[in-house]
Design a protein around this ligand. Structure first.
Ligand code: LLP
Length: 448
């Protein structure tokens, strides 16, 4: 995070707090979250998009995608920085409500929402429900009918056919996957599922069509995918207007903005991205002769990812001779006290991370090392390849940067390992915002 630095004797600090002191007080592994960095990124996205869209003449709402990491504290910070909160389940909705976020500032997603989730969202008066299938149009309408009251504000999530993102599993707008409604017309010439769903929404007095939603993928580093998607969605909006006379007032372009994981990575720049997307939106509206919609976006990773590092303690160090060919080499395996239970991304996506010795600078020249966890499988890798001082040894602290997004939120209890705490640091002081799980927490679920 931007608040990371070295103390005079070589230890890593975050927001003015020496990580040795943090580890001594809170233990390891721990997610260490720099609150100022989180707030800064939230603000940077909001301001960049507000500025770019104000200059073409429309407004923007930024939703923090809670799936990346949600707790009561971060939901509040996001809201204090002028963001709304995007939730994908009843559980995330419950956290946002516990944080005191007004229903009107919350959105609910999900490709398979339960009746209970839909009802809870209506009860909370959420600002929007993002409809993900034709059947859901009827289900949300029926829930509104049963409750009575105002029509529910809804968006329809469409797939534009744009391929984007860091890995097949996190790329969401190509056709052969579970999310959204396709914009492609059927082979028999029937209208696309997207257009059909939008028209179906307009046919239901229990629903108020807020707009069209597109999310093209995650960890995207090239803005052109957003420009193509913006063009396509504006075309669909114009087509709906031509057919029905109803111009959807809003368009959401989703999240997916890529961050730096390795020192050499270049993240998406919010100002540049916002400018490019704004001119694509403007160009498409001019082309179709439609007034501009209000825009929203849903960044998760780009807000919380870089704010957090995971702090581990080194245990076993083992040199392994690799290969029996003419040039065998030695790989140093550095084991830490966590692993795939606190960061599934390397095992699931082959995601790359960096690691640094955090308790001191190290005395010897770096060697090629692999940082691994403590779980019972060989794919339990934390950092595939990193140069670490040759004298790294048991008891040293290691920091793995950029673990704030989809780290704690995808953590598991594999091997009955309690999940680490999230410790927020601000102005040299630490506060636990999610406490460490205990063995008793886990045993309490086991009814014998
Ligand atoms: N909006 C929608 C509708 C989404 O599906 C997502 C992410 C986001 C926003 C936020 O995307 P972000 O800005 O955080 O990239 N577990 C994977 C990422 C899955 C993303 C799922 N949807 C990973 O660790 O890379």
């Amino acid at each position: 995070s931007s608040g990371a630095a070295r103390t005079p004797d070589g230890a890593l600090s975050v927001a003015g707090l020496d990580l040795r002191a943090l580890a001594a007080e809170h233990g390891t592994p721990a997610y260490v979250l720099d609150e100022a960095d989180f707030r800064h990124r939230a603000r940077a996205y909001r301001e960049a998009f507000e500025h770019a869209f104000a200059s073409i003449g429309t407004g923007v709402d930024v939703y923090y995608a809670g799936k990346a990491f949600l707790s009561v504290a971060v939901a509040r910070w996001a809201h204090e920085e002028g963001l709304r909160v995007d939730t994908a389940t009843g559980g995330e909705l419950a956290v946002a409500l516990r944080a005191g976020i007004p229903g009107a500032d919350i959105g609910l997603h999900g490709n398979n929402k339960s009746d209970a989730e839909i009802d809870r969202a209506l009860e909370a008066g959420v600002g929007r429900i993002i409809i993900d299938s034709l059947g859901e149009v009827e289900r949300v309408a029926a829930a509104v009918r049963a409750r009575g009251g105002e029509p529910a504000p809804v968006m329809v999530r469409v797939t534009t056919g744009v391929h984007a993102g860091g890995h097949e599993y996190i790329s969401t707008a190509h056709e052969d996957q579970k999310f959204g409604l396709s914009m492609a017309a059927a082979h028999d010439g029937a209208p696309s599922p997207a257009l059909t769903a939008l028209r179906l929404v307009l046919d239901h007095p229990e629903l108020r069509l807020l707009g069209i939603h597109s999310h093209i993928g995650s960890q995207i580093l090239d803005p052109s995918g957003f420009e193509v998607a913006a063009h396509k969605v504006m075309g669909l909006r114009a087509e709906l207007a031509a057919q029905t006379g109803v111009l959807a007032p809003e368009v959401d372009l989703g999240g997916g903005f890529g961050i730096a994981y390795l020192p050499q990575d270049v993240p998406l720049d919010p100002a540049r991205l916002a400018k490019d997307v704004a001119s694509a939106v403007q160009g498409a509206c001019v082309e179709h002769g439609t007034p501009l919609p209000r825009i929203s976006i849903e960044p998760g990773r780009a807000v919380v990812g870089p704010s957090t590092l995971t702090l581990y303690t080194v245990g076993t160090v083992k040199d392994v001779t690799v290969g029996d060919g003419p040039e065998p080499f030695t790989r140093r395996y550095v084991s830490v006290d966590g692993g795939m239970s606190d960061n599934l991304r390397p095992a699931l996506y082959g995601a790359q991370y960096h690691a640094e010795l955090a308790s001191r600078v190290g005395d010897e020249a770096p060697v090629l090392a692999r940082v691994v966890g403590k779980h019972c499988e060989s794919g339990d890798i934390v950092v595939h390849e990193v140069r670490l001082p040759a004298d790294v040894r048991a008891g040293d602290l290691l920091a793995v940067p950029a673990t704030g997004a989809y780290g704690r939120s995808m953590a598991s209890n594999y091997n009955h390992v309690p999940r680490p705490p999230v410790v927020a640091v601000r102005d040299g002081a630490a506060r636990v915002i999610v406490r460490r799980e205990t063995e008793d927490d886990l045993l309490a679920l086991d009814l014998g």
